[in-house]
Design a protein around this ligand. Structure first.
Ligand SMILES: Nc1ncnc2c1ncn2[C@@H]1O[C@H](COP(=O)(O)OP(=O)(O)OP(=O)(O)O)[C@@H](O)[C@H]1O
Length: 491
């Protein structure tokens, strides 16, 4: 059974329609987020669910019962609410405030304070981190501490459903994390259902199982954050440019707004640098880049924001490597449609990142090199049929500038030639033919361009762009080969 069913709910203040046919359900134990710009109807929706506003249109069912059939006390036995702004009642201590939350559990005309009431109150105060302030009057707490005291009061109700309006509003980062971890744990262990309004999209993405995105009182999106919180949707709903990035440790997308000024001035490459997951090196561009790539995921011409080079073991042998890579990207919160995915057996911490800012353009190169499967392309025909093994040179090239398609292809040629020269100078040999290797059997390359600024019709070695590109690729490949050898030497 659903904990909460909201069916075709609409609401007007006078003539003003602020909610229009909103429908969603929340399962028991779910952490459900409501997102949307100011005035999109989020608080109104919570007030309708908490019976603070009368429901004029649509239906709300809580734990199988129509809201209209629940008395105030019955409602309070099922649900608790932490509103956006709570009036501080002066003179009450933390404990007295929290004790008010037990009202729904007390019986008779002269309710008595039971041992259970006392235990619950002590527990929830400890859970929100206010044990040392238990006898402090509320007006002597900070805004964040007071918010936590009110949260403890809501938790003391031992509700099945907790409604929160911007619960982390006044809290510092550690307070936010503690509160949300606590809610997530209650959801997991006690089956507590949480419906919360969030303004911070990254927090919503990190903690919510599903989100409802409201725009002008209507549902703009409903689903898992990784699925529905696309930059395009958020751009549209919030009318501001949003960047989606990978969280460094959690498999959830993070979001940041890009200040207009910064967008105009800051060159892309200056702010770009590799970041690491446990088993991958990741590059995140602030805006989609046009890419020509041979990668496992995202081959051909694409517009992407993410480049993921994932480490797999030397014995990795999967005929469906592309599907496996897609799954990996999804599990780690990347949008497959906007990501270039490569694989390597090399330790990704040996990645080499080189960049050069010229007046007319900038170029950056990211290389991981492993040459366990080194091949001389001119003599590959002498090999036994080659197995696609993951000993590989992977390269991502990023150019601040506008490239024609010819320039993309020429950039691929220039990079490939410079890489082959690096292998020759590094004396990497094809173990089967004994001749100098030109690459490995599974190398990947992605050339990406911002498609803003100066246009480059060519990127061959006769052009300034090509010359710079050739130098960077050569130097980065040599350095990556050095790192590869050093690590092998250490084994
Ligand atoms: N009591 C009221 N009387 C008239 N209009 C109201 C009332 N309360 C809210 N509104 C209007 O209804 C719209 C939705 O308000 P609501 O508070 O639900 O939005 P919200 O999404 O929670 O916004 P915020 O992010 O600013 O908290 C707004 O345009 C607001 O001005």
């Amino acid at each position: 059974m659903m904990m909460l069913d909201v069916r075709a709910v609409s609401h007007r203040y006078g003539q003003k329609q602020v909610l229009d046919g909103v429908t969603f359900s929340v399962k028991k134990g779910e952490l459900f987020g409501i997102l949307g710009p100011n005035g999109s109807g989020k608080t109104t929706l919570l007030k309708l669910i908490s019976k603070e506003l009368p429901l004029a249109s649509g239906e709300i069912v809580m734990s199988g019962r129509l809201l209209s059939e629940l008395s105030a006390k019955q409602w309070a036995q099922l649900a608790a609410v932490l509103p956006q702004a709570v009036e501080t009642a002066y003179g009450y201590t933390v404990k007295e405030t929290v004790a008010l939350g037990r009202y729904a559990h007390q019986h008779g005309l002269f309710p008595t304070w039971t041992a259970e009431d006392e235990t619950v109150v002590q527990e929830v105060i400890a859970a929100v981190g206010l044990a040392d302030k238990i006898d402090e009057p509320l007006e002597r707490l900070s805004g964040g501490e007071r918010q936590r005291a009110y949260l403890a009061r809501a938790l003391a109700q031992e509700p099945q459903l907790l409604l929160l309006d911007e619960p982390t509003n006044h809290m510092d980062i550690s307070g936010q994390v503690r509160l949300l971890d606590q809610l997530a744990q209650s959801a997991r262990t006690r089956g507590l259902t949480v419906v919360a309004v969030f303004h911070d999209m990254s927090i919503a993405s990190l903690y919510c199982d599903r989100v409802l995105v409201l725009k002008e009182g209507k549902t703009a999106a409903l689903g898992a954050p990784a699925d529905v919180m696309t930059p395009r949707l958020l751009n549209d709903v919030f009318a501001a440019p949003v960047v989606r990035q990978a969280h460094p440790v959690a498999a959830k997308p993070m979001f940041s707004f890009v200040p207009q000024q910064q967008r105009k001035k800051a060159p892309l490459i200056g702010g770009l640098h590799p970041s690491f997951l446990d088993d991958a090196v990741v590059l995140v561009a602030h805006k989609p880049l046009r890419v020509l790539s041979s990668a496992l995921v995202g081959s051909g011409f694409q517009w992407v924001t993410h480049f993921v080079n994932r480490h797999v073991g030397l014995d990795y042998d999967n005929p469906y490597a592309d599907e496996d890579m897609r799954r990996y990207l999804e599990q780690h919160g990347f949008s497959v449609a906007q990501t270039i995915g490569m694989m390597t057996a090399v330790d990704v911490h040996d990645v080499v990142w080189r960049w050069e800012d010229k007046e007319a353009f900038s170029v950056a190169v990211m290389v991981t090199a492993g040459v366990g499967n080194a091949v001389d392309a001119a003599r590959a025909w002498q090999h036994q049929p080659l197995a696609a093994k993951p000993g590989t040179i992977n390269m991502v090239i990023i150019i601040d500038g506008t490239l024609t398609e010819a320039a993309f292809v020429q950039a691929v040629m220039t990079a490939t030639e410079a890489k082959a020269k690096a292998l020759a100078d590094h004396r990497v040999y094809d173990p089967e033919t004994g001749t100098v290797a030109t690459g490995t059997s599974t190398d990947s390359l992605a050339v990406a361009a911002t498609q803003t600024g100066r246009t480059f019709a060519y990127a061959g070695t006769a052009t300034e762009l090509g010359r710079e590109l050739g130098r960077l690729v050569y130097e980065a490949t040599i350095e990556a080969l050095d790192r590869y050898e050093r690590r092998r030497g250490r084994r």
